[in-house]
Every structure is written in structure tokens, then in C-alpha cells.
Design a protein around this ligand. Structure first.
Ligand SMILES: CC(C)(COP(=O)(O)OP(=O)(O)OC[C@H]1O[C@@H](n2cnc3c(N)ncnc32)[C@H](O)[C@@H]1OP(=O)(O)O)[C@@H](O)C(=O)NCCC(=O)NCCS
Length: 334
């Protein structure tokens, strides 16, 4: 299973890293991998606890795709290739698609082909799993980043050199909550909606089954998120109803998407039934949640992945883009 480094040397200008191995992740790698992650991914520091819960305890985790590079007895790099083995509501197992979720090489060992060796083995793993395309990133619902941060310029150049095509568009956003209240126009809209049979209010336990059913039908990709969050006691949820039926919701600090203890200020998921959009229901939900969490002491709201049409909603609500990501894809055929 171990691979020696001779095939990694490329021409006279590169220094061979001897000896090196690529091998599957072992639980006793945890401390060294997390330490190297924190040296390499400076915008995304991680604790051992979060690595363990996000990555190792992910239902799709396979150590054969979690590749460790070892050089001179030290951890020199890491790359995770993963496929959905457990179907996710709404997307199934995505049988064509494999994912690269994270990769890094120790700074002093870069530009010597180690990243390329990790990538090649990761792509081979995805081919063995029968996948024909690879996406970096786009893996959900538990993710660290939706794509490659625009500030990780070496990683961007590396993936382009590896034959990946770039698709910009995903952003992370946030807003300070001090002094934020529901704008008067939104409050007036809430009144109009109420007269038409809508209600926007905090979740109650009686909403549990209708909310899970709503989520699975209209936002299947959030179905597990809402149920698992509830299972962990995350009941900071706002629901919108029309004549008693749930038509929208949002959730605060869901611990399922940020195991084990949740990320402070993390907003979402958030959704309004497709046929009832553009009526102001989303704004009423959004500010109802904000007023609630501000009253409980929250000072900041953020989320890690927005794009497309929902961007203009958040921009109008004074959220700022805090990070920009590029999604990379390539074919695994040929
Ligand atoms: C991206 C990274 C893993 C590359 O590792 P590496 O071992 O240096 O990669 P390689 O030596 O195999 O590079 C292969 C090719 O990628 C391109 N490349 C890699 N780093 C580059 C850089 N800093 N600038 C320009 N091109 C670069 C080059 O084309 C290179 O070939 P060359 O050296 O013959 O010119 C490494 O820079 C890193 O760990 N970065 C920080 C982690 C990160 O940002 N990860 C992304 C988030 S998941």
C-alpha cells in the first residue's frame, strides 16, 4: 500500500524528498495532521476535536481516501478524497461525482511534486470508487469551505496545473448584529402577511414533525441537518406558517453542520417554499431570528456558503462578503 518516492522526482531542478510514503490516515496521525493543517490553512484553523468530528466521524469517511504523505518520519502533507457512500436526501450518492475536500503540504516541502503525488493518488481512489468527475470542494452538508479561498493562491495555481477548471461564485458572508432591529418596512410587511394568514414565530416542539416533513419535501438537502440539529437540542429556529402549515424556516447555530459543539453565530439553513418567494416572508424570518438572538446576547451572524440569487437577499440585509471561494472541477476520464 505504501508508495516510495522515486516516481515523484521530476527533472534536475527538483529535490527529491527521500524517503516518502503516501498511506491511508491512521487515528494516531491526528495531532500531527492538525498541527500541519494549522500551519498551512491559515484562514481555517481547526482543533483536534473538530477534525475528529467533521472528518473522521463523517459517515462517508474512508481512510483509503484520506491520504497522508510521510517524509523523514514526519507528516509532510494530507489530502482527502471522498465519495458519498450514504445517500443524502435530495442528491442521493451522486454516483458520478467524487470530492477533494482539503489538501496541504508542509511549507518547506512544497514545489517538489508532493502535492501532485497526493492528488494523483486521490484521483485514482475516486476512479476506483467509479466516479467520473471530481469537484473541489462542494461536499456537504458538513464542510469547512465551499471551494478554495481566493487567498490560497498556491492551491488555486496547483489545481489549475492539475487540469481543473475554475468556477467562481461561492462566498462566505457575515454581519455585526449590534443595533440591528427589524426595519420598519419589514415590520409593516409582517403585519400585512399576518392579515393574509401567515405567522412568523419561534419553533415549538409541536412543529417538529411538520418541519422535518417540510424540509424533506422542499429542501431535501437540509432534511438531515434539521433533524440531526433537533436531536442535539438545537431548537433556536424560526418558522413561517400559512394557515397553520409550515412554509419557511431558519435555524441558528446548528451543531450538526459544525460538530461537535456548533459554531457561534452560524446562520442557516434558511428557506421559503419556492412558490411563496418574493413576498417578503424571508425578510420577516431573518429579522425575527436576529431580534431573538440579539436579545440572547449574540453579536455576529455569519454563514460559510452563499451564491447565485440568494446573494442579493443577504446584501440587502446588510450582510458583507467576508470570503470568496472558487469551485474547481475536472473529469476523471482519460
Ligand atoms: C497547494 C499545495 C498543496 C501544493 O503542494 P506542492 O507539493 O507544492 O505541489 P506540487 O509541487 O506538486 O506543484 C505542482 C504544480 O502546481 C503549481 N503550483 C504549486 N504551487 C504553486 C505556487 N505557489 N505558485 C504557482 N504555481 C504553483 C505549479 O504548476 C506546480 O508545478 P511546478 O512546480 O513544476 O511549477 C501547497 O502549496 C499548499 O499546501 N498550500 C496551502 C494549503 C492550501 O491552500 N490548500 C487549499 C485549501 S483545501
Amino acid at each position: 500500500m505504501a508508495h516510495r518516492g522515486a516516481d515523484m522526482r521530476r527533472g534536475d531542478s527538483t529535490t527529491a524528498v527521500e524517503p516518502y510514503f503516501l498511506r491511508p490516515f491512521r487515528p494516531d496521525d491526528l495531532a500531527a495532521i492538525v498541527a500541519l493543517w494549522n500551519r498551512c490553512l491559515t484562514k481555517d484553523p481547526i482543533s483536534e476535536d473538530r477534525f475528529w468530528h467533521h472528518i473522521v466521524l463523517d459517515a462517508n469517511f474512508d481512510p483509503e481516501g484520506a491520504l497522508v504523505a510521510e517524509a523523514d518520519g514526519e507528516i509532510a502533507g494530507f489530502l482527502q478524497a471522498i465519495v458519498r457512500r450514504v445517500p443524502m436526501p435530495g442528491v442521493g450518492t451522486e454516483p458520478e461525482t467524487g470530492f477533494i475536500t482539503v489538501f496541504f503540504v508542509a511549507p518547506h516541502l512544497r514545489r517538489q511534486g508532493l502535492g501532485t503525488a497526493l492528488l494523483k493518488k486521490g484521483l485514482d481512489y475516486l476512479r476506483q470508487q467509479g466516479r467520473s468527475t471530481v469537484s473541489c470542494n462542494g461536499y456537504s452538508p458538513i464542510y469547512f469551505f465551499p471551494g478554495v479561498d481566493e487567498d490560497y493562491t498556491a492551491a488555486q495555481a496547483f489545481l489549475r496545473a492539475g487540469g481543473f477548471a475554475a468556477h467562481p461564485g461561492a462566498v462566505a458572508m457575515g454581519m455585526r448584529l449590534e443595533g440591528v432591529r427589524m426595519p420598519e418596512a419589514v415590520r409593516a410587511r409582517a403585519e400585512e402577511l399576518r392579515a393574509k394568514g401567515y405567522e412568523v414565530r419561534m419553533f415549538e416542539r409541536a412543529d417538529t414533525l411538520p418541519l422535518i416533513a417540510f424540509s424533506l419535501e422542499h429542501f431535501p438537502e437540509y432534511g438531515d441537518t434539521i433533524r440531526d440539529g433537533l436531536q442535539r437540542g438545537d431548537e433556536e429556529i424560526v418558522v413561517a406558517t400559512k394557515d397553520g402549515e409550515i412554509v419557511g424556516y431558519t435555524q441558528w447555530e446548528n451543531t450538526y453542520t459544525d460538530p461537535p459543539s456548533g459554531a457561534e453565530g452560524r446562520f442557516g439553513p434558511f428557506g421559503v417554499r419556492a412558490d411563496l418567494r418574493s413576498k417578503g416572508i424571508g425578510s420577516v424570518i431573518f429579522y425575527t431570528l436576529i431580534e431573538r438572538v440579539v436579545s440572547r446576547g449574540s453579536r455576529y451572524l455569519w454563514f460559510g456558503w452563499a451564491g447565485g440569487r440568494n446573494l442579493s437577499f443577504y446584501e440587502r440585509a446588510s450582510c458583507r462578503v467576508t470570503r470568496r471561494f472558487t469551485l474547481y472541477t475536472r473529469s476523471l476520464e482519460g
